[in-house]
Design a protein around this ligand. Structure first.
Ligand code: GTP
Ligand code: SPV
Ligand code: MN
Length: 601
C-alpha cells in the first residue's frame, strides 16, 4: 500500500458510519490502487467545492475551455482526442463464463482472459495521476427501483460529467453502505490509443473495466455500461427491464397524463421526442409534454399489473448538431448555463456553435480547435454532445423524482428508415409487439465509430447495449405477458421516411405529437385504425393533420403499406432471427411466421 501513502489523512478509505458495510468497497479501492498506482486518491462527495476545484484544475491544464460568461455562464467546452469521439462497438465485450450467454449480438471474451488483458493495461496506468472514487446512484436516491455503483477513474472530465448525469457523492455512498451492493466500474483514459482501448463487461460479477477512451458511453460507466449492459442482465434475473428508451408524459386538455416509453437507436430522436413542444394549435388547446428521461428507462410491474418506469439518469448527454430554437427549444433552454459541451465549435466571442443551431451566428473555431473551414470539416463533430442537469429542462416532470416511477401506457419502437416503414403502426398484442421490437432496423449514425447510414437490425434499439443473448432477452420480454398483467400497447414509428427527392416526408419534432395523440386514442379505444398484416395503421381521419401540408406522395408513403416490400422485409427478418438458433423462443418464431404468411396471402 506504500503507493498510496502520499496522502496523510487516509483519504483512501471511505468513512462509513461504522465502517463495516463499506469494507468490500474499501478493499476493492485498495486493490485497484495497488494495481494502478495513482499519486493520490480522492473520494468524490459531489459537493460544489469539489466540483469548483476540479473545473479550475481542468481550465488550468486545458482539458476545459471557458465559454462566454455573459451568454453562457458557468459553461465549458471540452475538445476530445480526435480519435475518441464516439462509442466503439467493435471494442466492447460482454464477458460471461459461457459464450452462448453473451449471444451472437455481443463480442465475447472469456472472463479470465479479459481480466488478464485489462489488468495488464491498468498496471501502473495512474502513476502521476489522481484516482477518483465516485459513488453514484442510478435513479432517485430513495427509489426501490434504483441501483448503485462506484466508478473509479483517473479522468476529472468523467467526474464532472458523472456529477451531472447521476446522483453522485455522499447520498449514494450512504445508500451503498446501507445496501452493501454496488456495480464496480474501473476506468482509465490510458493514452487514448485506439489500439489499446477496450470496454469490458462482467455481468456475473457486476463489474466493468474500461480503458483508453474518455468519450461518454465508453467512460461515463453509469450510463450504457451499467444502466444498460449490466442492468439488463440484473433485470432479467430480478424480473424487470432495463431499456434504451426515453420516457415522456403527455397531458391532454382534460388534464390526464399518459406516460410513453420509446426506444430509438442512438441519434434517432429520443432526446427530441422527450422534450417535444406541441405546435401552437395543440398548445392553445391545452396539450403539454413532460420529460421524464431521454435515454434510459428501467421498468417493472407494479402491484396493479402495470409497468412502472424510472429514469436512472439525472442529466442529459445529448447530441448537439440539429438542436435549435425551432427543433428543440427545451434543450436549447437547458443549455443557457451550467453545461459542458464536448467537441462543438465556437463563435468569435466564444459561444458554443454547431450545425443546425440556426441562431444567425457564424463559427470561428472548429471542434479540433482550428480556424473554421467548411471545406475541411464541420464546425461541430456530428456526434458532439452537451451534458446538462435534467433539472434545467423547462419540461422536466416532477414525477421524474417519484420513487415509485410512472405507469407506462404505451411502448414505442422506431428506427431511421428512408423507405418501406410507414409513419406509425400498432402491434396486435404483446407477443406481436415483442416481434415488432425484435425486428427493428435502423440506419447507423455517428454515435458509434464506423460507417454512417448503413441499415442494420437493431432489436429494441438495444443491439449495442443488451448484456446477454438476444434470444433470452426476447424470451424475457415475452415473460411479462402473465394473467394479471396490464401491459402497455406497443407501437412502431418512423420519423425518417424519405421521398423520391431524398427529403424527409414527415415534418417531425413538435408535429410528432399528432402521432402520440393517435396512440393515446388507441390506448383509450377512441381512435380509428385499419388492420394490415404488419399491424394497425391509423385511419387517415384518425390522425390530426390540421396545419400540416403533405403531398400525395407523402400521404401514401407515410400512411400506406407496401405488401410486396414487407414480404421481402420479413424474409430478411426471419433470416436475422434464425441466427439465434434454437435458443429463440418458439412463440416469437411462430409470430414471425404468422406475419410472413399473412403477407404472402
Ligand atoms: P442518443 O443520445 O445518441 O441516444 O440519441 P437520441 O436518440 O436522443 O437522438 P436525438 O434526439 O439527439 O436526435 C438525433 C438527431 O436526429 C438530431 O440531429 C435531431 O435533429 C434528429 N431528429 C430528432 N427527431 C427528429 C424528427 O422527428 N425528424 C427528423 N427529421 N429528425 C429528427
Ligand atoms: C448513445 O450513443 O446512444 C448515447 C450517447 O446516448 S453515449 O452515452 O455515448 O452512449
Ligand atoms: Mn442513447
Amino acid at each position: 500500500m506504500n503507493a498510496i501513502s502520499k496522502d496523510v489523512d487516509r483519504t483512501d478509505i471511505a468513512k462509513g458510519s461504522d465502517g463495516s458495510r463499506l469494507a468490500k468497497l474499501n478493499e476493492w479501492v485498495a486493490e485497484v490502487a495497488a494495481l494502478t498506482r495513482p499519486d493520490r486518491i480522492q473520494w468524490c462527495d459531489g459537493s460544489d467545492a469539489e466540483n469548483d476545484a476540479l473545473i479550475a484544475q481542468m481550465l488550468d491544464d486545458g482539458t476545459l475551455v471557458k465559454l462566454n460568461e455573459q451568454t453562457h455562464p458557468n459553461s465549458y467546452l471540452h475538445r476530445s482526442d480526435p480519435d475518441d469521439v464516439a462509442r466503439v462497438e467493435h471494442l466492447t465485450f460482454v464477458c460471461t463464463s459461457d459464450q452462448d450467454d453473451a449471444g451472437p449480438n455481443n463480442h465475447w471474451m472469456a472472463p479470465t482472459e479479459a481480466h488478464a488483458k485489462m489488468d495488464a493495461l491498468f498496471e501502473g496506468c495512474m502513476a502521476g495521476r489522481t484516482m477518483y472514487v465516485i459513488p453514484y446512484c442510478m435513479g432517485p436516491i430513495d427509489s426501490p427501483l434504483s441501483r448503485c455503483g462506484v466508478e473509479i477513474t483517473d479522468s476529472p472530465y468523467v467526474v464532472a460529467n458523472m456529477r451531472i448525469m447521476t446522483r453522485m457523492g455522499a447520498p449514494a455512498l450512504a445508500r451503498i453502505e446501507k445496501e452493501g451492493a454496488f456495480v464496480k466500474g474501473l476506468h482509465s483514459t490510458g493514452e487514448l490509443d485506439p489500439d489499446r482501448r477496450f470496454i469490458m463487461h462482467f455481468p456475473e460479477e457486476l463489474a466493468i473495466k474500461s480503458f483508453g477512451s474518455g468519450y461518454g458511453g465508453n467512460a461515463l460507466l453509469g450510463k450504457k455500461c451499467h444502466a444498460l449492459r449490466i442492468a439488463s442482465h440484473q433485470a432479467r434475473n430480478e424480473g424487470w427491464l432495463a431499456e434504451h428508451m426515453l420516457i415522456l408524459g403527455i397531458e391532454n386538455p382534460q388534464g390526464e397524463t399518459h406516460y410513453i416509453a420509446a426506444a430509438f437507436p442512438s441519434a434517432c430522436g429520443k432526446t427530441n421526442l422527450a422534450m417535444l413542444i406541441p405546435p401552437e394549435g395543440y398548445r392553445s388547446a391545452g396539450w403539454k409534454v413532460w420529460t421524464v428521461g431521454d435515454d434510459i428507462c428501467w421498468m417493472r410491474p407494479g402491484q396493479d399489473g402495470r409497468l412502472y418506469a424510472i429514469n436512472p439518469e439525472a442529466g442529459f448527454f445529448g447530441v448537439a448538431p440539429g438542436t435549435s430554437e425551432k427543433s428543440n427549444p427545451n434543450a436549447l433552454a437547458c443549455l443557457q448555463r451550467d453545461a459542458i459541451f464536448t467537441n462543438v465549435g465556437v463563435t468569435a466571442d466564444n459561444q458554443p456553435w454547431w450545425e443546425g443551431l440556426d441562431d444567425g451566428q457564424q463559427p470561428a473555431i472548429d471542434w479540433r480547435g482550428e480556424p473554421y473551414d467548411p471545406a475541411k470539416r464541420p464546425a461541430a463533430h456530428p456526434n458532439s454532445r452537451f451534458t446538462v442537469s435534467a433539472k434545467a429542462c423547462p419540461s422536466y416532470s416532477p414525477e421524474a423524482e417519484n420513487p415509485a416511477g410512472v405507469p407506462i401506457s404505451a411502448i414505442v419502437f422506431g428506427g431511421r428508415r428512408a423507405s418501406l416503414v410507414p409513419l406509425v403502426f400498432e402491434a396486435r398484442d404483446w407477443t406481436h409487439g415483442v416481434l415488432v421490437g425484435a425486428s427493428m432496423g435502423s440506419e447507423t449514425t455517428a454515435a458509434a465509430t464506423g460507417a454512417v447510414g448503413v441499415m442494420r437490425r437493431d432489436p429494441m434499439a438495444m443491439k449495442p447495449f443488451c448484456g446477454y443473448n438476444f434470444a433470452d432477452y426476447f424470451a424475457h420480454w415475452l415473460s411479462f405477458d402473465t394473467p394479471g398483467a396490464k401491459l402497455p400497447k406497443i407501437f412502431h414509428v418512423n420519423w425518417f421516411r424519405k421521398g423520391d427527392d431524398g427529403k424527409f416526408l414527415w415534418p417531425g419534432f413538435g408535429d410528432n405529437i399528432r402521432v402520440l395523440e393517435w396512440m393515446i386514442g388507441r390506448v383509450k379505444g377512441t381512435a380509428p385504425a385499419v388492420d394490415t398484416p404488419i399491424g394497425a395503421l391509423p385511419a387517415i381521419e384518425g390522425i390530426n393533420l390540421d396545419g400540416v401540408e403533405l403531398s400525395s406522395e407523402a400521404r401514401e408513403k407515410l400512411f400506406g403499406y407496401d405488401r410486396g416490400g414487407w414480404a421481402s422485409e420479413f424474409e430478411a427478418i426471419s433470416d436475422y432471427l434464425g441466427e439465434y438458433g434454437p435458443r429463440m423462443p418458439q412463440r416469437l418464431s411462430e409470430e414471425a411466421e404468422r406475419t410472413a404468411s399473412a403477407l404472402q396471402a
